[in-house]
Design a binder for this molecule. Structure first.
Ligand SMILES: Cc1cc2nc3c(=O)[nH]c(=O)nc-3n(C[C@H](O)[C@H](O)[C@H](O)COP(=O)(O)O)c2cc1C
Length: 186
């Protein structure tokens, strides 16, 4: 079938999904917050930088501005419901860690806690922010990283696709994970 125009440019993000979708934690260990974020990526090796695009409407936005840091927590596919819930309620109204069964551990170098159920997690300190339309891109330096050691299969930290079942968001409430049988190696 040939390509056809897609007119709903506001929804063009769907054309780029599924997207690996972590939970961004912010605030402090005693007063933490957590929200789903599909718009995020590494943007530099050295220094190692990771950015996340957050709407100023989010409580998370206020907390990142206040404390200057955030963690990016990659949860397993089987916990997609927790990712979904953190993306549908605001920490301004409830304690999402408590309500949604997220366990927290103290971060090594930032105020925001790490989610204990994560496969991997990155601690980031904000070094810059850029207004991007209706979101703000927080650019963070990765100051510490966490990984479940049973997932790692190479000396540089590549993960075992049979064990590291990441959660990818499709849109409209649907999550999917990768099928390791469809792997290609070059
Ligand atoms: C799967 C998913 C992905 C999301 N991605 C983003 C994102 O990248 N940036 C953003 O600002 N909001 C995103 N959201 C919306 C926030 O997670 C949502 O508004 C959340 O309730 C904000 O929580 P807070 O007010 O506690 O910060 C996403 C929501 C879902 C369900």
């Amino acid at each position: 079938m040939s390509l056809k125009p897609f007119k709903l440019l506001r929804y063009s993000y769907h054309l780029t999904y599924p997207k690996l979708t972590p939970i961004i934690t912010s605030g402090t260990f005693d007063k933490p917050n957590a929200m789903a974020a599909s718009w995020h990526t590494h943007i530099s090796f050295d220094p190692p930088l990771y950015c996340v695009s957050i709407s100023p409407d989010r409580y998370t936005f206020k907390l990142i501005r206040e404390y200057g840091d955030y963690a990016v927590n990659f949860l397993p596919f089987e916990l997609s419901d927790k990712i979904w819930l953190t993306g549908n309620f605001s920490g301004a109204e409830l304690d999402k860690f408590k309500e949604f069964g997220l366990r927290k551990i103290k971060a090594a170098k930032i105020n925001a806690p790490i989610i204990a159920q994560s496969l991997t997690a990155l601690e980031c300190k904000v070094i810059n922010e850029v207004e991007t339309g209706d979101h703000v891109l927080f650019i963070g330096e990765i100051v510490y990283a966490w990984v479940r050691p049973d997932l790692v299969v190479s000396s540089r930290g590549m993960l075992d696709p049979n064990k590291a079942k990441h959660a990818y968001y499709m849109g409209e409430g649907k999550f999917i994970t990768l099928n390791p049988e469809s792997i290609k190696e070059f």
